[in-house]
Ligand binder design. Structure first.
Ligand code: ADP
Ligand code: ADP
Length: 225
């Protein structure tokens, strides 16, 4: 489903953020991407989403080489990808409901179907009762769940999350991970970057470990799945 083959990424200025990275993620797998700050986790996720392009090697998503996609093909890739990035940019001039509606409006869904999907997405993250609220009134954990609802309202087959529990305490982090596990159970492929020990402890989840741009030998977290 996601395949990196000898991928290197150098940013302007010469810094090599990823070096010869190769791995495969199968359909329906849930994988943690670990590593210290600066190890290249965000860069790797951006390459999957074709926000950045590799300098060498290939990035395949659903057998499509996304490193060479032309602009017109990007919306089709993105429609199949849910992305939860750190700088989540919720819109505070509209309701919780309308924040989740936005991706569907861009895709041109009709009103009834959209409303149904928005409520299904809010329900999955436990925010159905807050649909009329302004996101500014939500707690940090709720805002993060709102970001997840917005990312999955299109029912993407792949979900990418960059440090999704970064600013949350352990109980809220656990809620977020429970939501991800529920997507895993319905067959969504998940790639989640984290250096949150409370998240990594409860593993049984495959890990891809980055160290200064290089992938370390793979390991699986201990404990029950
Ligand atoms: P992580 O997500 O693991 O913290 P990043 O992928 O954000 O790592 O960064 C990897 C390295 O690439 C860091 O040294 C970072 O400073 C550098 N980097 C990231 N984005 C850019 C950019 N747009 N321009 C130049 N250097 C960047
Ligand atoms: P529905 O019967 O509501 O149209 P589907 O048959 O598409 O739903 O999916 C079965 C269940 O899995 C539903 O609860 C649906 O919302 C959920 N689901 C399907 N794809 C995704 C996805 N990418 N992310 C989250 N949930 C999903």
């Amino acid at each position: 489903m996601i395949r990196f083959n000898q991928v290197s990424k150098r940013y302007p200025g010469g810094y090599e953020a990823l070096r010869n990275v190769s791995f495969d993620i199968a359909e329906g797998e849930m994988v943690f991407l670990t590593g210290h700050s600066g190890a290249g986790k965000s860069t790797l996720l951006k390459l999957v989403a074709a926000i950045e392009r590799p300098n060498s090697g290939s990035v395949l998503v659903n057998n499509q080489n996304v490193g060479v996609l032309k602009g017109g093909a990007l919306p089709y890739l993105r429609r199949n990808l849910g992305i939860i990035f750190q700088d989540h940019k919720l819109l505070f001039d509209r309701s919780v409901f309308d924040n989740v509606l936005l991706p569907l409006q861009i895709c041109g869904f009709d009103h009834r179907e959209s409303a149904k999907r928005v409520r299904a997405a809010l329900d999955k993250v436990g925010l159905l009762k807050r649909e009329k609220a302004n996101p500014i009134a939500l707690s940090g954990g709720e805002q993060q769940r709102l970001c997840i609802a917005r990312a999955i309202v299109n029912r993407p087959s792949i979900l990418l999350a960059d440090e999704p529990t970064g600013n949350l305490d352990a109980a809220y982090a656990q809620e977020i991970m429970d939501i991800f596990r529920s997507f895993h159970q319905v067959g969504v492929t998940l790639l989640i970057s984290t250096h949150d020990e409370s998240v990594l402890q409860d593993a049984g989840v495959r890990r891809l470990a980055l160290k200064q741009g290089e992938l370390q030998p793979t390991s699986t977290g201990s404990g029950p799945a």
